[in-house]
Design a protein around this ligand. Structure first.
Ligand SMILES: C[S@@+](CC[C@H](N)C(=O)[O-])C[C@H]1O[C@@H](n2cnc3c(N)ncnc32)[C@H](O)[C@@H]1O
Ligand code: SF4
Ligand code: SF4
Length: 396
């Protein structure tokens, strides 16, 4: 997760980024993604949660969910993403949301939008929801094929219009693969036409129903092309779009390099990154699933560090912070990469690649790096622009 405009300039996510940084500095959870149910009315072919019509056997009870919100408040959690499965399918969804709102915790709902109506858009707004994050995967035909439910594309577009008419901000998200690469620029244009504030592009994470699907990931050249487009769009005074990039943190130093090449001052962005690396693991980020399992990142449901039934949020936060205190290894190690302390590489990909069954090595290198360090010298030197080389500890 890295909001490009808010990092380098000022953008739609500046307020939440500032809250997250303040929470991290205070030792609180900086952001919390809570998959409140694994039940879903769609069956997307790539879903890392492998969500389907079923509730997981050990799902938190309604009482436990409300207690958890109380505990989030006591732990100083500033923002919570209610996700799933489809969060609006959980029968006490509104009760959870009302409790979150009662504490002034900022809620964002990550929903497939099939259950957003004119009536409940107003209720979302009354309960402090300023942003709804929803998913779009390409053309109508491709979106409906991927979600395995005909009519889903039209429901999403209808919901986006309802939300915008109610002045609720929309984040449009896509998991980019070789199958929808050809539609990416059309999706961004659709987002602009519909008044969407943030466009989130996530690298495919090969877990859940995507396990073993590495061949579907787009190439490094394609990522660089996409980053070049984002840089140009950021510099277009007509464009206000915020871009968020997920699960491929090396895009951020790459984008910083492109800004420098174009004579843009990146000092502010580099300073922010020195406080909060592009990979959120170990930076105060926490994921909790519907059974209460705690994870450093939502993208691997197997990399758990405990369960919220027997661990306090405060202890979980401290434990997760230790993942930010150890240097990354291999090409991501401080001696090999001057950008490691602002990037750190994708820790969940490192953990998954080194084998969940062997305990995984969360600190090993991230081979998805788009900087192609093996090909030699960088043509832009971020160090000269203020990126001090890592001093051996990446805890920053
Ligand atoms: C798990 S869904 C839950 C919220 C809601 N049901 C939805 O689909 O928007 C949250 C986001 O994760 C994304 N996602 C699911 N599987 C993924 C994967 N394997 N790699 C990257 N993103 C993925 C989805 O596209 C969606 O935008
Ligand atoms: S990506 Fe979202 S909508 Fe699709 S199956 Fe998973 S939880 Fe459901
Ligand atoms: S080598 Fe690793 S830490 Fe350095 S930029 Fe690439 S992914 Fe990031």
């Amino acid at each position: 997760m890295a909001h490009v405009r808010s990092l380098f300039f000022t953008g739609a996510a500046s307020e939440s980024e500032a809250k997250a940084q303040a929470a991290k500095a205070a030792g609180h959870p900086s952001s919390l993604i809570w998959n409140i149910t694994n039940r879903c009315n769609l069956k997307c072919s790539h879903c890392y949660m492998a969500a389907d019509a079923h509730i997981l056997p050990d799902q938190l009870s309604d009482e436990e969910t409300l207690e958890l919100v109380d505990r989030m408040n006591a732990a100083g959690c500033p923002v919570v993403f209610l996700s799933g499965g489809e969060p609006m399918l959980r029968k006490n969804f509104w009760e959870i949301l009302e409790r979150v709102h009662s504490y002034g915790i900022k809620p964002t709902i990550s929903t497939n939008c099939t259950l957003v109506t004119e009536e409940n858009a107003g209720r979302l707004k009354e309960n402090g929801v300023k942003w709804i994050a929803t998913s779009l995967y390409g053309t109508r035909e491709y979106h409906d094929e991927l979600t395995q439910v005909p009519g889903t594309y039209d429901k999403v577009m209808n919901a986006v219009r309802i939300l915008r008419a109610n002045d609720i901000g929309v984040v449009l998200k896509t998991a980019i693969t070789v199958n929808n690469w050809d539609s990416i620029y059309d999706m961004i244009q659709t987002a602009k036409d519909e008044g969407v504030g943030i466009f989130y592009i996530c690298d495919l994470i090969t877990s859940g129903r995507s396990e073993g699907e590495e061949a579907l990931r787009i190439s490094k050249d394609q990522w660089r092309e996409l980053c070049d487009f984002i840089v140009s769009d950021m510099l277009d005074p007509e464009s206000k779009m915020e871009y968020d990039i997920g699960a491929i943190p090396s895009t951020i130093p790459y984008i910083a390099e492109q800004f420098i090449k174009r004579g843009v001052d990146v000092e502010k962005g580099l300073h922010r990154l020195s406080l909060f690396s592009a990979c959120p693991v170990g930076q105060g980020h926490m994921a909790i699933n519907s059974e209460g399992n705690i994870m450093p990142c939502q993208f691997s449901q197997e990399w758990t560090v405990g369960n919220i039934r027997d661990m306090s949020i405060e202890d979980a936060t401290k434990l997760l912070r230790t993942f930010g205190e150890q240097p990354s290894q291999g090409q991501c190690a401080p001696e090999n990469c001057a950008y490691t302390h602002i990037c750190r590489g994708c820790r969940v990909k490192a953990w998954m690649r080194t084998g969940a069954e062997n305990g995984g090595n969360a600190f090993s290198e991230d081979f998805s790096c788009i900087l192609d360090k093996a090909t030699g010298e960088r043509d832009v030197d971020l160090a000269a622009a203020g990126v001090a080389p890592c001093q051996g500890s990446c805890s920053l």
